[in-house]
Design a binder for this molecule. Sequence first.
Ligand SMILES: [Cu+2]
Length: 693
Amino acid sequence: MIYGASLAALLAAAGPAFAEDDAPALQDVVVVTGQSNSTETETQMTPDYLPLEGPDITHLLARTPGGARIGNGALSGQVQYRGLFGERLNLRVDGQRFASGGPGLMDPVFHYAPAPLIARVVIDRGVSPVSAGPGLAGGSDAVFKRIDFSDGTEATLGYDLSLSTRSVDSSYAGGGVIGLSTDSWRVNVIGSTEQGEDFDFADGTVGGSEYQRDVYGLSAGYRTGAHTFSFDVRRQNTGKSGNPPFPMDIQFFDTDFARAGYEGDFDRFDVKASLNYIDVAHLMDNYTLRQDPPPNRQRFTYAYATTFGGDLSVSFGHFGGVMEVGLDGEAVEHDVTIYNPNNANFFVTPMPDIEESRIGVFAEWTGFTRGVNAQFGLRVDDYSTEAGTAITGPALPMGPQMLASMFNMADPGANETTVDAVARFWTEEVNGFTWRGTIARKNQVPNYVQRYGWLPLTASGGLADGNIYVGDLNLDPETAWIFEAGFDYFGQSFYARPTLFLRDVEDYIQGVPYDDTIGVADSMVEMVAGMSGDPTPLRFANTDARLYGLDLDFGYDFEGPWRVDGVFSYVRGERTDIDDNLYRVAPPNLTLAATYEQADWSASFEVRGVAEQSDVSLTNSEQETGAYAIANLYGDWTIRDGVHLSFGVENLFDEVYRDHLSGYNRNAESDVALGERVPGAGRSAFVRIGIVG
Ligand SMILES: [Cu+2]
């Protein structure tokens, strides 16, 4: 039976059910809801168990060793992994890499992975393989449900649906897939709808925390001989959704996804190829879901991003293993324009017509050599980026006008080449132990906000520290050296999977004081920032950082129906060029659950304890947070084959707690004071039914 993420991970490691072609030492799998019509019986026996802490699947990733969630809004959660977050993680939705639309990352990658549509989340343990693309700090893929090819020539019906409701925000979510397939073709529709009100906590309601999201689409496949073709299209309409830690809220995201894929299965080699297109249109403002600012400070912002990408790879047997060589890349365009609804002459393009392109090549060998399993990967990526002309409306003050003309006189183009290398080793299992080790060198190029933000703004890729930032055209890529060592132990009744890690990041990009005379408005940037309310702006700069820590999951299965599972994460993030800590790093935390399990039902009592975080960033004026503990109760019942119910009560004692990674409130129409950390949800019951056939 399954307790949350930890047992899913255990099953992934122990059984071939849903990890058959992936090395368990390298990946965790979180099963979000039931698997569709899978032929592996072990998968069918696994209940689809998932605590429903909110619509965002980042809540689930936060349950894995080293995982945490950056809370920027109900649909704007970012994954933190071993202290790093944002675009440093190589996140994919159904295998697609793409650019988010919002310059504040209101739509981080997993904004596009509604829980009712997700079959499973695959987490790269530690670092991502080079074959999955560039990325500094590990990665994860949210795989959509689909009706797979079936066994016969007669068309069979398949479906995988779920419906849930949650009390604390009066929310509901429903959706899934339904379709037909034979052994040579498959077609399914997908759809989901989710809606929630502002959520409550013991002292009131968190203003502007409502959300709304709809997705619909189609997936089809055709198989003939050695060739398999696939085609996926999907539209997501996110409606009004609040972001209390940001200066604005989501009005909409209208995002289209299209993907065409090919797999060829030949005698001597396999081929994989895909073409991707993603188009994001986004509107946000600072007056619809919060108190209207004075007319001259009202703003709405349109942001657009398109990604056109592709990849091609060939795998073949080589030196007793499998060699995969490939080519991938993408072209991305961003454009952002800010307006004042009360003044047609007020408009400005803080990130004007940005073009980013990347082309990468990689080789990755996975096999058994000299008594150990190993994976060696090497990738080279070539990046180039350009910006258009900054435009300012006549109503803008002198300061921004001058900064725009300075930006337009500079040469915004940049080229970078990065080389990533990964070596991973894991032993065969001996007496229950599988030993693991990783050495990697990974890179991250500056993003467009860090590079091109010429206008002092709070948009910072979701940092939400309240600081005003400007970019720097001369930023260098970040380079990390990553070392990890650990083991997976599975005994008769005990398991544990600890990992020690060190990540040393040279040229780590973060905000630093704009100049040496902090608070003295002796530059145009500081004057403009001062007019916007922050006389001490930060500029993105290359610094140095180090992260290290330990995380593990573990469990003990007692004689009889009881078992205990736990997840512990500890990470420390420091600047190494100055005496400071990294910003927004998860405090040490431990989750323990006791589970009573029977053949077709189980119940868990869970306690989550989070330590205080006093290692805060002075540079980012970060506030400390205190320790807290909350208790949850979960139940799980397989009513009959293919019908499954989960339910629970979260925050059983209605504790008012403030997670260190939830942002500071900026919405005045709220029972949370301005500048105070947004509290976690109060006591909340949920129920969800899943139907698979
Ligand atoms: Cu936005």
